[in-house]
Design a protein. Structure first.
Length: 224
């Protein structure tokens, strides 16, 4: 894929993401006066811009992999379909919560959650820096090797740890306690994705079985 083609795909995905987030957050809220949503969108979009520039300059192959959306494994397709239900609820409910005043979360709670979202974002970015094969879909590429240093020496799936921080904290960042229920359901969905992914990696990625013996924990150190 040429850089021009990659740029067009990235630009369309970013634009689509921004439009979707605006609809999910502000339409249910029924107002533009929703500061938590504006802060949250800024937290997502501004770092995203710098990450995209970094990848375009330093690892366009990884960026191209991140643009792939179609899973090949039937198990992963089912997991994604289930996750979409909770994902949509976690982002639509906060707007209704703000409109009807169900939660009234204090400012400090929202700001603290924003910090957690940024922390999760940093973990994901660190994964991109150390693992050029961190594709969006479950796949093993020709010549791919196990990454067992840096953040991968702590847990085997650090990107999912960062994603959990982001998704679990997002409802609070948006001012909603009720949206934490579907937000928390992202955790078992990601656990199911990890378990199935490890089956594929053990089968197709040389050295992954040895890596599992070296790095004991999948997601959270000393727990799992």
């Amino acid at each position: 894929m040429s850089q021009t083609q990659l740029l067009k795909i990235v630009a369309s995905r970013v634009l689509g993401f921004i439009i979707a987030m605006m609809l999910f957050l502000f339409l249910p809220a029924g107002t533009w006066n929703y500061w938590q949503a504006w802060v949250y969108i800024g937290i997502l979009i501004i770092p995203m811009f710098f990450v995209l520039v970094y990848l375009l300059r330093n690892d366009p192959e990884l960026l191209e992999r991140r643009m792939r959306m179609r899973e090949q494994r039937g198990e992963q397709k089912l997991i994604i379909k289930i996750s979409l239900i909770f994902f949509l609820l976690a982002y639509i409910l906060p707007g209704f919560d703000i409109r009807f005043g169900w939660s009234n979360a204090p400012i400090w709670v929202c700001i603290f959650a924003d910090v957690l979202v940024l922390l999760g974002y940093w973990v994901v970015f660190r994964v991109f820096q150390v693992n050029s094969y961190a594709s969006r879909v479950i796949e093993v590429n020709s010549g791919q090797k196990v990454v067992d240093t840096d953040i991968y020496a702590i847990v085997r799936h650090p990107m999912y740890f960062g994603a959990i921080l982001m998704y679990a904290a997002s409802p609070l960042a948006l001012g909603s306690y009720w949206a934490m229920i579907p937000g928390a359901m992202i955790i078992p969905v990601l656990v199911a994705r990890i378990l199935d992914e490890e089956i594929a990696l053990e089968k197709d990625l040389p050295g992954y079985t040895e890596y599992k013996q070296k790095t004991k924990y999948r997601l959270i150190p000393f727990i799992w």
